[in-house]
Design a protein around this ligand. Sequence first.
Ligand code: FMN
Length: 358
Amino acid sequence: MSLLFSQTSLGPFNLSNRLVMSPMTRNRAIGNLPNPLMAQYYAQRAGAGLIITEGTSPSPNGLGYARIPGVFSQAQVDGWRQVAEGVHAQGAKMFMQLMHCGRIAHPLNLPAGARILAPSAVAAAGEMFTDAQGMQPNAMPQAMTDADIATTIGEYAKAAKNALDAGCDGIELHGANGYLLEQFIRPISNLRTDGYGGPIEQRARFVLEVVDAAVRAVGTSRVGMRLSPFGVFNDMPLYPAMEAEYTYLAEQLSARRLAYIHLVDHSSMGAPPVPDSMKATFRSQFKGALILSGGYDFKRAESDLVAGKADLIAVGRPILANPDLKTRWETGAALNAPDMTTFYTPGPKGYTDYPTLG
Ligand SMILES: Cc1cc2nc3c(=O)[nH]c(=O)nc-3n(C[C@H](O)[C@H](O)[C@H](O)COP(=O)(O)O)c2cc1C
């Protein structure tokens, strides 16, 4: 019996196995609303013990990309309810990833009246796709005022409650990959001179206040956090104090008794590797569950679990392309290859039409 496919628990939740579906933005939420096509996609993949949804915005201001879902309106909550029901009917648990894009955004992707916010008025290098005008440079954000900070923290708390109202088991705060929370953590994007900028204790303050607000809203056992130490995606370069600063974050999140930390390692996608010492620090300093992700196949998932490096293993592209990944890994069957050309396009092609074993 493999460890990966044996039952386990995550706080109060029983999981049918230790395989987690990684959060993946798929841009099928027309009008930023979850829909029956999305419900079908997630239900197809509910052989995983835990599904983490695609990045979902807690605010109109956080909808940086085209066709990503939100969880701030009643219609969005109602849309997510059908997704959660479908996943639960297959026996999996579901956490919603709350992703506020911050400066990784373009005004053409945002609804009327929404604002592009970040810790400081520093635009990220790079471009982003818009339905109306194709690739466009990332926008110049507005530096958040004290009022913006308070409002945004409130939006995260309300979104966490909304996720539970929609039937999700919990939420994952997206503190990785260059989005709003990481924009506060990293010195390149946070040039503030107030209590939210400067040393790491202050650059981490917004993140920890969001954590505290989410925990007050739904409880520690329903809040996890995704982090990408050594991640460089979305114009987030490496810097010397990185390992020490993320060690501070691990300690702070442990003190807050979060359900889990979910570490990103995108070295399989060409990013710098996350040093083993950094992963080991999270393992020793953080008392909750640790999820590792990035480039896993069955063999490495199993061996990292056996070695005690992680409690759960999250998988992205393999489960995107193989709704029945669990069965395929269990039986050693061949895998469908992911089709990158349909990762972010609307409609069922490359989304709900990957074949399962007959
Ligand atoms: C199409 C696609 C969309 C993604 N969207 C998100 C996202 O919304 N939130 C996030 O934290 N990571 C996102 N990621 C990163 C994945 O969660 C994961 O870390 C990455 O794919 C590496 O894991 P893998 O090697 O198992 O695919 C995305 C990856 C892909 C391929």
